[in-house]
Write a protein that binds this ligand. Structure first.
Ligand code: ADP
Length: 165
């Protein structure tokens, strides 16, 4: 059984992430989407909220599981018996950072390989931060965020924004 881990912040999950999940879940027997805890960032949604959102929008994929970790992804992969890490490559700017991470992860866990999936043309410039920014200006998120999550993203952004003012 070939298990892959797809780690990220997913704050919030976008249609670009979802596109990668769909494609990777066709190639591997099991795909674990893992919300990585980043203590440096102050997130829009808590780890638990993000896990619940990802579960909701990936419910139709039978071989997709959702988890979270505050460990290094290479260590998390070992505990799950995974042999692959999935990452997405968008514009050139992702390349250097992603290659560096792949090298470190291989050193920590030689049994694991990082597989890069090219972003689909439609989502090449889409990121969670772009979704947060668009929501701040009340732009239509239909082409960028899962339909089920649009209201809660808009609501959370406006709550955070009113606290800041
Ligand atoms: P991180 O903080 O680890 O970069 P993200 O949630 O921003 O977490 O992204 C997780 C992974 O998904 C990264 O490999 C990123 O390159 C990839 N990714 C993000 N947005 C897209 C997209 N629109 N298309 C393809 N891959 C994407």
């Amino acid at each position: 059984m070939k298990t892959a881990i797809y780690p990220g912040s997913f704050d919030p999950i976008t249609l670009g992430h979802l596109n990668l999940i769909k494609r990777a879940s066709r190639v591997f027997d099991k795909l674990i989407v893992c919300v990585m805890v980043n203590h440096e960032k102050s997130p829009l949604f808590s780890v638990e909220e993000r896990m619940e959102q990802i579960r909701r929008v990936t419910a139709k994929f039978e071989n997709v599981e959702v988890d979270s970790s505050d460990d290094l992804v290479a260590n998390f992969a070992r505990t799950k018996g995974a042999s692959a890490i999935i990452r997405g490559l968008r514009a050139l700017s992702d390349f250097e950072k992603e290659c560096q991470m792949a090298v470190f992860n291989k050193k920590i866990n030689p049994d694991i390989d990082t597989f890069f999936l090219a972003a689909s043309e439609k989502y090449m410039y889409l990121s969670s931060s772009a979704v947060r920014e668009l929501a701040l200006f009340k732009a239509d998120l239909t082409d960028y965020a899962p339909r089920e999550l649009i209201d809660e993203i808009n609501q959370r952004i406006s709550e955070k924004n009113s606290v800041r003012r």
